[in-house]
Each structure stands twice: as C-alpha cells, then as structure tokens.
Design a protein around this ligand. Structure first.
Ligand code: ASP
Ligand code: MG
Length: 406
C-alpha cells in the first residue's frame, strides 16, 4: 500500500469521456489498496480560451481578477471528476487550492508556492477518501486567488506530493515518457527508463515540454520520485529520480534543441573593470534572462562581448545594448535571431572526459560551424546556425550511442 499522487493534464481531461477514463484509472489505483490524491489541469484549451475572453473584456486585464478567472478551469475539472467518482460509489471529494492550503506569494499569474498546509487533505486521505485537488491555483496570505504560471498544475502535484510525503507523484500526460531527443526531430529517439532531476533541469527545451520546470526543482528539493507516463496506456513511463538511485549510467542521456534564443554582440568594448557590469545590469533590471555569455579579447585593450537572450526579448535587449555601447564607447552592436542552441546533457559527464571533443568533432564532420560554446557540470551547449539545428540533434544522437535499435 502506498500514497500515490496522480496528476492528469489538459488532454487527459479534455472531455467527459476522458474524465471518465481518468476516474476508472484513479479507482483502479484505489482498489489496489493505495491512498490516492488527484491533481487536475483544466480541459485542454480552456485556459487559453479564458485568457482570450479576458482580453476581450479589457486590453490589459487586471492581474488579480485574471487569476480568479483562470482558476475556474481547474475548478471545473476537479468537480467533474469528483462527481463521476462519487456516482461510481467511491468516497471522493474535490478541493480548490485554498482548501488544500496551497499558500503562494502574490505574483499573480506566476505565483510561487511558499507552503502547503494540507491539514484537511491529510484528514480526508486518512478516512480513505479520494481527494481531487484543482491544480494550478493557490492563494496568498491576504486570501487572494493566485495561479502558478502556465503548466503550473505539475508543480501543484509535486508540491502536494511533498507535503503529504507521498511515495510517488505520477504525471499522466499525452506523451509516454521522457525521450533521449524530441522524436519529431529525431526518429531514432528512445524513451528513457530513468532520468535525474538535474538532467531534467538542464534539458530546458526538451524537459520543459514534458513538465513545468519549477516542478522538477520542487521534486529534487523534497526527493519525490516523479513518474511521467501516458494517460492513454498502461505502460511504464520515465522515472525522474535523484542521482544515486541505481539508474542506468549513460554518459549523455539526451540531446536537446532550443530555437528560442537570439544572439547579441557588442564589439570593441574597452577591456576594463566594471564593463561587464555596465552591460548586463540594465538588461537584468528589465527582467531579461541572459543565458550564455562569452567574451573574447582582441589586441589593443578591446574585447567583444556576446550573449544570448530569449527571442522575445531580442529587440528590447538591442535597444538597451545600444545605449550601453554609446556610454562605454564600444564600436557597434550586432544581433542575430537565426541561431539554435543544441545541447548534450548527462550526469555521466561528470566522470567522463572527452564528451566535448566528441560533440565538436561530430558537428565539424557535418560542416556545422560553432558560434558559441557553453558548459555546466552536466551539459555542453553549442550555438549554431538555426538551419542546422535538427541535423545537429540527429548526428549527436547517433554519436553518443543513443539511437534506438531497429
Ligand atoms: N491549465 C493551466 C495551463 O494551461 C495549468 C496546467 O495545465 O498545468 O497552463
Ligand atoms: Mg499541462
């Protein structure tokens, strides 16, 4: 017997028939003798629809009221599932974010969970009731309804699992696990049995499609095993776990592609103390997140500084950088949005030399020029021309021995 938290995403609860199937799955887990807490998303498309409605109501909808509106999507599915479970004869009850005591900060639309009281939740579970919690929502200390950012019900699920010290948090979704690469790009990609929290966190582009990244940070902090699996079949998916849980040791476990970055370069910047601070301070003040940074020193006390920012922030960043360039007497500001970042990720890299050289050689063989290189303990990323992104993923996938057997 275990305490199982099960989260179902928008497609899994997309209509009444599907919610009925969810009910059967939940009931089955219950009948096997487990305690079950369910977290639901809104029906697929509903959150988008509500945002559209609000934008028809006002060009810039008030953020507090927008969260009141968005929270209704999950309120609907939680109630419907509880109705179905009860009609099947099960002890069940729905709960909204505040009833489950999901306390957040007051950053409407992107609130962070501060703590989960879960008193009533715990009591109901002890009474063998299936509790259905509306995901994506919480409340701040003033009692305002908040939402956790798009895809936030993953984080609700992991946070509830942590608060209840659940044995596992199962994320039922429309993919059947975490793959070594995006199967749409790389037909030879295969499903991983296990992956570590840190690898998921480093797989920004690929990982974020599967789980809201914040939920992985939570899972890591509280050491909650997360099982990503399909809601449309019974197959085992991928377990996201910590590093020492005896998993298969791949040097590289995934290859990812990020096309959402743009590159900005300031040329011939005076090579003096304080210059980097002058360049990056106004950018961070605007809330723009810089990912990779490189600086190359030229002769004559000048350097070029190149960095990447999300494409959506590109224009604003250029404007800021041009102002800074004028202040520090840099030569010019260049930018490029036709770039892609390809990365190889794997905890096995920590005790393995030569991963970088395999990566560079593989790209060189295809005549792909590397524009920038960045590394972390378990990731190597190369910025390349956008048009080579998919090809790079495929050749790296093969080079690191990840291809599925025919
Ligand atoms: N319904 C919310 C969204 O679409 C939360 C979620 O699905 O996780 O972002
Ligand atoms: Mg989702």
């Amino acid at each position: 017997m275990a305490l199982v938290v099960q989260k179902f995403g928008g497609t899994s609860v997309g209509n009444i028939d599907r919610i009925r199937r969810v009910a059967e799955r939940v009931a089955k887990t219950r009948d096997q003798g487990n305690d079950v807490v369910v977290i639901l998303s809104a029906m697929a498309g509903v959150t988008d629809g509500l945002i559209e409605l609000a934008q028809k109501a006002a060009a810039e909808p008030d953020k507090r009221e927008l969260d009141v509106l968005l929270a209704t999507g999950e309120q609907t599915t939680a109630a419907l599932l509880a109705i179905i479970l009860k009609s099947m004869g099960h002890k069940a009850q729905s709960m909204l974010g505040h009833q489950a005591e999901v306390v957040t900060d007051s950053d409407f639309g992107n609130a962070r969970i501060l703590e989960i009281g879960a008193q009533r939740l715990r009591q109901l579970v002890a009474k063998k009731t299936i509790v259905v919690v509306a995901g994506f929502q919480g409340y701040d200390i003033k009692g305002n309804i908040t939402t956790l950012g798009r895809g936030g019900s993953d984080t609700s699920a992991v946070a509830v699992a942590a608060a209840l010290k659940a044995d596992v948090c199962e994320i039922f979704t429309d993919v059947d696990g975490v793959y070594t690469a995006d199967p749409n790009i790389c037909p030879k990609a295969r499903k991983l049995k296990t992956i570590t929290y840190d690898e998921m966190l480093n797989m920004a582009s690929l990982g974020a499609k599967v789980l809201q990244i914040r939920s992985v940070g939570f899972a890591k902090k509280y050491n909650i095993p997360v099982h990503v699996r399909s809601s449309f079949n019974e197959e085992e998916g991928t377990m996201v776990v910590n590093e020492d849980s005896g998993m298969e040791q791949l040097v590289v476990s995934s290859v990812t592609l990020d096309k959402k970055q743009a590159r900005v370069t300031l040329t011939k910047v005076p090579d003096q103390p304080g210059i980097a601070a002058k360049i990056f301070f106004p950018i961070s003040e605007e809330g723009i997140v810089v990912d990779m940074i490189i600086q190359n020193t030229r002769k004559g006390g000048k350097t070029d500084v190149t960095f990447t920012v999300p494409k959506g922030d590109f224009k604003r960043t250029l404007e800021i950088a041009k102002k800074t360039a004028a202040q520090v007497a840099a030569e010019e500001v260049l930018g490029d949005t036709n770039i892609a970042m390809v990365s190889v990720v794997g905890v096995g890299m920590k005790n393995h030399a030569g991963v970088a050289s395999v990566m560079f050689n593989t790209l060189a063989r295809e005549n792909i020029n590397i524009i920038m290189i960045g590394t972390s303990e378990i990731r190597i990323s190369c910025v390349i021309e956008e048009k080579y992104g998919e090809l790079a993923v495929r050749v790296l996938h093969t080079a690191f021995g990840l291809d599925a057997e025919e």
